[in-house]
Design a protein around this ligand. Structure first.
Ligand code: ATR
Length: 264
């Protein structure tokens, strides 16, 4: 039986095992997908288990998406451009690091039928998933990407990878068409982002990368003001779909049943 695993810290909240094991069963694949909380010191050994054939694939989540890179033999273009890895596998004896968050975000935006072209996009946060979102957005040619993060230095660091991003101070509110919450604020039900959204105009899109809870306070407030709101569920489903297809060479189904699995 082949073994797959998602590693991170924390990891308890991860719904990846639920989704992957559902698809494994549906496609009669002889495999199992687990989750494991690890410390940084364990990262190298667990990645090496892919080379030894003990593990067939690893998903990597916060805070190891960048830290995994030194232990890989090769990076895909997406992983290299974002310096971020969420999917690991063995190919011709080499450990490959890939990033399916990029396609995950792009497919999630397509699913919304929203045209990013020439739009002003405002990103909140500079954590693990943000390079993937920016790389993905750039392919869709927005007119501007503006970013703000509580720790401004971390936002400035992103400019080394993406020179076109404009950084503003945390708390400032620029003109935008779409705002994306990519901070971890909202994971706890009571979390609030201290931003005044009462004067942002009409018909904006509020996107939250968080999908559990289903509706963060950020989305709730925006919805009450009449804006379109979307959570990160489809991005999560599509990044998993890409990893599954890569590992098992089988394209699993995404239907209402699959999507319902993640409502909790
Ligand atoms: P990491 O920073 O380890 O990559 P992450 O969950 O991917 O972890 O990112 C957390 C994001 O949420 C960061 O942008 C973080 O801002 P800082 O860089 O200033 O830490 C943001 N964040 C977390 N708690 C926050 C808070 N209370 N207020 C504002 N931003 C917060």
């Amino acid at each position: 039986m082949k073994k797959y695993i998602v590693i991170g810290n924390p990891i308890e909240h991860s719904l990846s095992p639920k989704l992957h094991n559902y698809w494994i069963k549906e496609n009669n694949i002889d495999a199992v997908y687990d989750k494991k909380r690890i410390d940084h010191s364990e990262l190298e050994n667990i990645i090496f288990e892919v080379k030894e054939g003990k593990i067939s694939g690893i998903n990597v989540t916060v805070p190891f998406k960048k830290a995994a890179i030194p232990f890989l033999d090769e990076l895909s273009n997406e992983a290299n451009k974002t310096q971020s890895v969420n999917t690991i596998y063995l190919n011709n004896g080499k450990i490959i690091g890939h990033n399916t968050d990029v396609a995950g975000f792009e497919l999630a935006i397509k699913y919304l039928k929203y045209n990013i072209n020439n739009k002003r996009i405002f990103i909140l946060g500079a954590g693990g998933v943000v390079p993937s979102i920016i790389f993905s957005l750039n392919k869709m040619q927005p007119s501007k990407i503006i970013l703000s993060n509580r720790t401004r230095d971390k936002a400035e660091n992103l400019k080394e990878l993406f020179k076109n991003v404009e950084i503003i101070n945390w708390g400032e509110m620029p003109d935008f068409d779409m705002i994306i919450n990519a901070t971890s604020l909202g994971l706890k039900k009571e979390d609030e982002i201290k931003l005044d959204i009462s004067n942002v105009g009409n018909n904006k899109i509020f996107y939250d990368v968080i999908y559990n809870p289903i509706e963060t306070n950020f989305l709730k407030k925006a919805k009450n003001l009449g804006h379109r709101v979307e959570n990160g569920k489809m991005m999560f489903v599509y990044q998993a779909h890409q990893a599954f297809t890569l590992w098992h060479k089988v394209m699993p189904k995404i239907d209402s049943e699959t999507i319902k699995l993640l409502d909790q």
